[in-house]
Design a protein around this ligand. Structure first.
Ligand SMILES: CC(C)(COP(=O)(O)OP(=O)(O)OC[C@H]1O[C@@H](n2cnc3c(N)ncnc32)[C@H](O)[C@@H]1OP(=O)(O)O)[C@@H](O)C(=O)NCCC(=O)NCCS
Length: 387
């Protein structure tokens, strides 16, 4: 590539979207976008979905290896104990405006929490790992607690005897989920726990590269996750399904959307050029949840959308991404639609923190260039002389 500083008058090649730019070496997450393969620390996501738990996956991402029995018990106990929110955060959640978007509440809470963490500015690896575990533990409690406050319901405190995913659903809905629902939530959180240098992880990494504290990096990540081209797509996907309303209307809806040159949310990916392996697992969960509920209308609409998009756009290598069926799964688990992106975040906090801590092992300020195309040598005109 031509050095931008030595570029000719036509200018440098601008990497809009940064598609082909590598910013670090990593041993956390590997994606093969052509074959639809995803590995965490060398383990296939399908094996983790079949055998692991969210707690074990968090340990794997942060520590780099699967825990032995003793390490796992300790990791689970530490996470469970740290799930309880400090009174200051509860007060903050109670004071949030009634209509504040849940992602904004989560972002504000994380930002606020930093002021109460005596280790905030301790940049040693050990302190950052402790902060990472506390954040992983508390994200679910923040989201569930705020949901109950805004609905005027009694707050449900964490139960350290329960698994992380199960307890999140219990704190959110006020009921202990059955084993199937708890396991589906657990696996969904495994699937969302990391995804290499995606936009929010990159935002966290940019903040990290300035040696800002861990809370600041996570605030940057949350701001970036919110948009509909990233984590916001889960909500947008379910809204599409709800708007379509009937399986017979799905094909026409998709064709119209494409005719209008609009995106169908939950499809396409910067890295996957085939089926996202997480989408295949979530599709199966969506089918099972539809069977359990006895109403498969939304599931049938979703499969009609999928068939039509894939038929129309396979030549552009557009397939369902993780967010398409996640919306149906979260809906089937009784999670309100405007919480979907926060649910993504309560899992991805594991990957964000692991990635940032890894970046700090070989830190360099991230500082790309932009190519100036505006005027030069303009003469400053005093205010009175401007027309
Ligand atoms: C994820 C996404 C932003 C990746 O974008 P990208 O790598 O920049 O790819 P582009 O947006 O340039 O798309 C390439 C082509 O495929 C089309 N395309 C991509 N995703 C599409 C979608 N979801 N629906 C319809 N067309 C789509 C684009 O219109 C473009 O067509 P063109 O070449 O004729 O202009 C994009 O696929 C998208 O917007 N998807 C919907 C949002 C979503 O689900 N986000 C969650 C991602 S996990």
């Amino acid at each position: 590539m031509v050095s931008p500083l030595k570029a000719d008058l036509a200018g440098p090649r601008i990497d809009k979207g940064l598609d082909d730019v590598y910013v670090k070496e990593t041993s956390i997450c590997f994606i093969d976008g052509q074959r639809g393969r995803l590995l965490y620390r060398g383990y296939d996501i399908r094996d983790l979905a079949a055998h692991s738990t969210f707690e074990e996956t968090v340990f794997l991402l942060l520590e780099g290896h699967l825990p032995n029995r003793e390490e796992l018990e300790k990791a689970k106990a530490d996470l469970a104990t740290a799930r309880t929110l400090p009174p200051s955060v509860l007060r903050l959640l109670r004071s949030m405006p009634e209509h504040a978007p849940p992602m904004d509440v989560l972002r504000t809470a994380v930002s606020y929490m930093s002021s109460f963490d005596p280790e905030r500015d301790d940049m040693t690896r050990a302190a950052n790992m402790r902060k990472a575990r506390r954040l992983v533990a508390q994200f679910g409690t923040i989201v569930a607690t705020h949901e109950r406050i805004r609905k005027g319901q009694r707050i449900v405190r964490p139960d350290p005897k329960l698994g992380h995913a199960e307890d999140f659903l219990r704190m959110l809905t006020g009921r202990r989920p059955d084993a199937d629902h708890a396991r589906i939530m657990d696996v969904a959180m495994i699937l969302y726990a990391d995804h290499a240098m995606n936009a929010s992880t990159f935002a966290a990494t940019v903040a990290a590269s300035t040696l800002a504290d861990l809370y600041s990096t996570i605030t940057a990540a949350l701001s970036t996750l919110k948009g509909p081209l990233h984590g916001g797509a889960i909500e947008a996907s379910l809204n599409t399904i709800e708007r379509i309303g009937h399986p017979k209307a799905a094909e026409e809806f998709v064709l119209n959307t494409l005719r209008n040159k609009e995106k169908v949310y939950g499809f396409g990916h910067r890295v996957y050029k085939t089926y996202d392996p997480r989408a295949l697992i979530l599709k199966d969960f969506a089918r099972r949840l539809a069977e359990m509920s006895g109403d498969d209308t939304y599931y049938r609409i979703a499969t009609e959308i999928e068939d039509t998009v894939v038929r129309q756009l396979a030549s552009k290598q557009i397939f369902p991404n993780v967010d398409f069926y996640a919306g149906l799964v979260f809906h089937g688990l009784g999670i309100p639609t405007d919480l979907f992106t926060t649910v993504f975040a309560i899992a991805r906090i594991a990957g964000w923190t692991a990635q940032v801590i890894e970046y700090w092992e070989d830190n360099r300020l991230l500082r790309p260039l932009d190519w100036y195309v505006g005027p030069k040598d303009l003469v400053y005109v005093p205010l009175d002389e401007r027309s």
